[in-house]
Design a protein around this ligand. Structure first.
Ligand code: ZN
Length: 434
C-alpha cells in the first residue's frame, strides 16, 4: 500500500522539521553553486541562516520559466557536467526549450517519487504496464518507467504512435496498466472499438494518466471505455518531471512528495502568500535536487492545498487538481476562461466525442470564441434538426458555465486533429490580425 511508509505517513511536525533543514541546505547550495542564485540571493539579502522557519521562504525571490530560458542550456546547473548523468528538455512550443540535468542522486530520488505515486495509484509488482508517453527528451515516459521498475512491475516501453500495434501488444501481453495522456487513452479506446476485437481481449485494470489536464467527466469517459480505474499525477520537467504529486485511490487530491518538494500557494499577481485552502498559483522549491535546484519556481498552475490527513493514511499535503494555468487562461471580452471549464461541459454531452478545439478571434473590437466539437453519435449525422438541438444545448450550457456567449460548431466525427502527446486545444488568432 505504501512504498516508503515512514516518509508517506510522517507527522506534520517531523515533516516541517525535515523540510526546514532541507530548505536551508538548498538555499546554501544554490548560493554556492549557481551564480544566478548568488546574485539573486545577495540582492534580496537572504542567506541560509536567516531562514528560521518555513514561512521565511517568502523572503526568497521567485524563479520563472524565463530564468531557465535566459540561462539556456546549462546556466542554472549546480554541478559540473561530469556529475550530470541525464538531460531532459521541456516540450516548449515557442522559443528555446527549458533544459534540465540530473545527477545520479536525482535519478534515485525521482524513482522514489514515482514509485510512491504509482503505488498510491494501485500499481504493484504484478502489473504489466504499457507506457504510451513518447520517450525522448520529454520527462513523462522515463519518469514513470523507472518508478514502475522500482516497484517491480513489468514495463512495456511501447512509447507513443502506431496505436494499432500498441493495442496488439496490449491484447497479447495481457497488459494490466496503461500510462498515457488522457486524450491519448481516449483515442486508443476509439481505435480499439474500430478494430473490433472484443473488449474482453484486453486485460487493463488501471490507468496512470497524466501530463495534461483531465476533468472528472473525461476521466469517467476513459474509465467507462476501458473498464479501468484511473488516477492522475502531477509534475513538470523543470521540477523533475512527473513525480511531484499524485493521487491515491481515494482520489481526493494529489499527495505531494513533500520531503523533496516544498509547495506554497501565492496570489499570482502580487506573489503574496495566501491562506491555507485558498486557490492561487503554486510555487515549488526543490529540497534535495543537485543537478538543477530551483527556489520558489512559478508553476503558473492554479490550485489549493489541503493539509488534513487523508483516508488512505498518507499525511502528505494534497493539492487539488489544477484548476487552470495562470498563463493558459484565456481572457475573452474581459472574462477569464479556462479550457478545462469548456471541457467539462463538452464531456457531459453524450452526443459528442471527446475531442475539441477552441478558436479565439478578434472581429472588429470584439473577441469571439468558437468551440469546435466532433459529433460522437453517428446515427444523427444526417439529421440536421438533431444536430441543431445538440448545438443549442452545448451553447446554453457553455454560457451558463463561462458567462459569455460563444459559437459552437459541430464537425464530423474524427475530423479534428489527434495528438499523441499533449493536446493543443487552443488556437488563438487574435494577434495575427494586427
Ligand atoms: Zn490519500
Amino acid at each position: 500500500m505504501y512504498f516508503q511508509k515512514e516518509i508517506e505517513t510522517m507527522n506534520r511536525k517531523e515533516m516541517s522539521a525535515l523540510q526546514l533543514e532541507r530548505l536551508k541546505w538548498t538555499v546554501d547550495y544554490c548560493y554556492k553553486n549557481v551564480p544566478f542564485y548568488t546574485k539573486k540571493l545577495d540582492e534580496a539579502g537572504v542567506t541560509a541562516d536567516k531562514i528560521k522557519s518555513l514561512s521565511d521562504i517568502k523572503y526568497i525571490p521567485v524563479t520563472t520559466k524565463a530564468d531557465l530560458r535566459d540561462n539556456y542550456p546549462f546556466g542554472l546547473f549546480a554541478q559540473p557536467m561530469k556529475n550530470i548523468v541525464r538531460i531532459h528538455a521541456s516540450s516548449g512550443t515557442t522559443g528555446k526549450p527549458t533544459v534540465v540535468g540530473y545527477t545520479k542522486n536525482d535519478l534515485e530520488l525521482w524513482s522514489d517519487c514515482m514509485a510512491r505515486i504509482v503505488t498510491a495509484g494501485g500499481a504493484t509488482s504484478e502489473d504489466i504496464v504499457q507506457i504510451s508517453f513518447g520517450y525522448g527528451m520529454f520527462t513523462g515516459a522515463l519518469g514513470l518507467h523507472y518508478g514502475l521498475e522500482k516497484i517491480g512491475a513489468t514495463v512495456v516501453p511501447n512509447s507513443s504512435g502506431n496505436t494499432e500495434k500498441a493495442l496488439m501488444f496490449m491484447r497479447d501481453f495481457k497488459t494490466t496498466a496503461l500510462v498515457a495522456t488522457p486524450s491519448y487513452a481516449l483515442y486508443m479506446a476509439e481505435t480499439a472499438r474500430e478494430l473490433e476485437y472484443p473488449m474482453s481481449d484486453y486485460n487493463l485494470r488501471i490507468g496512470l494518466l497524466g501530463s495534461e489536464g483531465c476533468t472528472p467527466e473525461m476521466r469517467n469517459e476513459i474509465e467507462k471505455a476501458w473498464g479501468i480505474f484511473v488516477t492522475d499525477n502531477y509534475g513538470m520537467s523543470e521540477l523533475i518531471g512527473p513525480g511531484v504529486s499524485g493521487e491515491c485511490q481515494e482520489r481526493c487530491g494529489l499527495h505531494f512528495n513533500e520531503d523533496y518538494f516544498f509547495p506554497e500557494i501565492v496570489d499570482s499577481e502580487t506573489l503574496e502568500p495566501l491562506d491555507e485552502g485558498e486557490a492561487g498559483e503554486l510555487l515549488v522549491t526543490t529540497l534535495c535536487k543537485e543537478g538543477i535546484p530551483l527556489l520558489r519556481y512559478r508553476t503558473r498552475d492554479i490550485t489549493r492545498l489541503n493539509y488534513d490527513v487523508c483516508k488512505c493514511g498518507r499525511t502528505g499535503v494534497r493539492m487539488e487538481k489544477v484548476l487552470g494555468r495562470s498563463d493558459d487562461m484565456l481572457k475573452i471580452r474581459g472574462v477569464n476562461v479556462f479550457p478545462s471549464q469548456i471541457e467539462s461541459v463538452l464531456v457531459a454531452n453524450e452526443k459528442i466525442g471527446g475531442q475539441y478545439q477552441l478558436v479565439v478571434r478578434r472581429e472588429g473590437f470584439t473577441d469571439t470564441l468558437e468551440v469546435k466539437v466532433e459529433l460522437g453519435d453517428e446515427s444523427i449525422l444526417d439529421k440536421f434538426s438533431e444536430i441543431e438541438k445538440v448545438q443549442k444545448n452545448i451553447s446554453r450550457n457553455l454560457q451558463t458555465v463561462l458567462g459569455i456567449q460563444c459559437k459552437v460548431s459541430i464537425v464530423e466525427p474524427k475530423s479534428l486533429e489527434r495528438f499523441v502527446g499533449k493536446a493543443k486545444r487552443v488556437l488563438d488568432l487574435r494577434n495575427e490580425n494586427k
